[in-house]
Design a binder for this molecule. Structure first.
Ligand SMILES: [Mn+2]
Length: 328
């Protein structure tokens, strides 16, 4: 095993962890497999160090993560007193404080460690380890484990594998280097079950997801001389199918997979008049910049924001923000 990046400053994290009485590890709202996988891998590592550790998020973990060891120990909702008494909080994969879905006063008097790979990260922690070279926050935890001298066990390997597999769109993004594959080989050697991961993440969808997908594909609109592809789902369609946002995870890939499309946009109405917008880009477009203009954030190839109003108004706002990027 070797680290992906040897120049990352992990020592402040180690110092804070060693002094901690109880550590609360927290994932971002609407959690994905990178944030949950990172949370679990940190949990297993700190447990191995003999630390007192708890995991609590605002939202429930997605169903694709249900197979990961210790996922059942993650609680969600209002933060109970037994967790609020933690003196150190570790946030994983959250680009801003708001992404944690917790009142900022919660962090007063606590050491907040912010570990993330989003270039747009706002450095909200008392300790910040932010590095956009990593393909996933889970890959950062792979390096952290080595810094802490904690051997990879099957549980942490499975968690990191889920994080990397999903955040690289199944090893299809430009962020996937030969070193990422070498790391993945280590994860498999340590016991990450590739077949179980594929079964849980890609082959466990509810039939209703495909009802929703029909509506999504029906909305497909190709604009800007074929350079942008748009998919939208209104709130009432989630209600009609009995599904929620996580059930439409991956729909944007249909828009991205179209020949000639540089930017894919997926707009879903989470609550009436509240739209979660996701972007995917091909080089040289940078949707992190576009999302930033709209009050969101992300990476060059994947980013998002939240907009309010009618679908028509939201689409116009996005088109306005996209103009400069499409002149590239
Ligand atoms: Mn991530």
């Amino acid at each position: 095993m070797s680290v992906l990046y040897a120049d990352v400053q992990w020592q402040p994290v180690l110092d804070a962890v060693q002094q901690a009485k109880q550590i609360h590890i927290i994932a971002h709202v609407s959690p994905d497999a990178d944030t949950i996988g990172s949370q679990l891998a940190v949990y297993h590592a700190l447990k191995a160090m003999g630390k007192s550790v708890v995991m609590h998020n605002r939202d429930i973990a997605p169903y694709i993560c249900r197979y990961l060891p210790a996922v059942e120990l993650i609680t969600h909702g209002e933060i109970p007193d037994g967790i609020a008494c933690s003196d150190v909080v570790i946030a994983v994969d959250a680009g801003s404080l708001g992404r944690l879905g917790v009142d900022p006063s919660y962090f007063e008097g606590k050491t907040l460690i912010n570990i993330d790979h989003h270039a747009s990260n706002t450095q909200y922690g008392s300790i910040n380890v932010i590095d956009a070279r990593y393909c996933a926050t889970g890959a950062m935890i792979y390096d952290l484990l080595q810094y802490l001298n904690i051997p990879l066990d099957a549980s942490s390997a499975a968690a990191i594998y889920a994080a990397v597999l999903t955040d690289t769109a199944s090893f299809r993004l430009a962020s996937v280097s030969a070193d990422v594959h070498r790391m993945t080989a280590d994860l498999i050697d340590a016991g990450a079950d590739v077949e179980l991961a594929a079964q849980s993440i890609y082959r466990s969808h509810k039939p209703a997801r495909f009802e929703l997908l029909k509506y999504a594909l029906d909305s497909l609109d190709i604009c800007h001389d074929g350079r942008t592809a748009w998919i939208s789902i209104a709130h009432h369609l989630y209600e009609k199918t009995g599904l929620c946002g996580e059930d439409s995870e991956g729909f944007i890939d249909y828009a991205r997979s179209i020949e000639g499309v540089d930017i894919a946009v997926f707009i879903r109405e989470e609550k009436p008049q509240e739209w979660k917008v996701s972007f995917r880009a091909k080089s040289p477009c940078d949707v992190g910049v576009v999302a930033g203009k709209l009050g969101g954030g992300g990476h060059q190839y994947a980013a998002g924001c939240t907009l309010f109003g009618t679908l028509d108004k939201v689409q116009k706002e996005i088109k306005h923000a996209l103009v400069d990027m499409l002149s590239l």
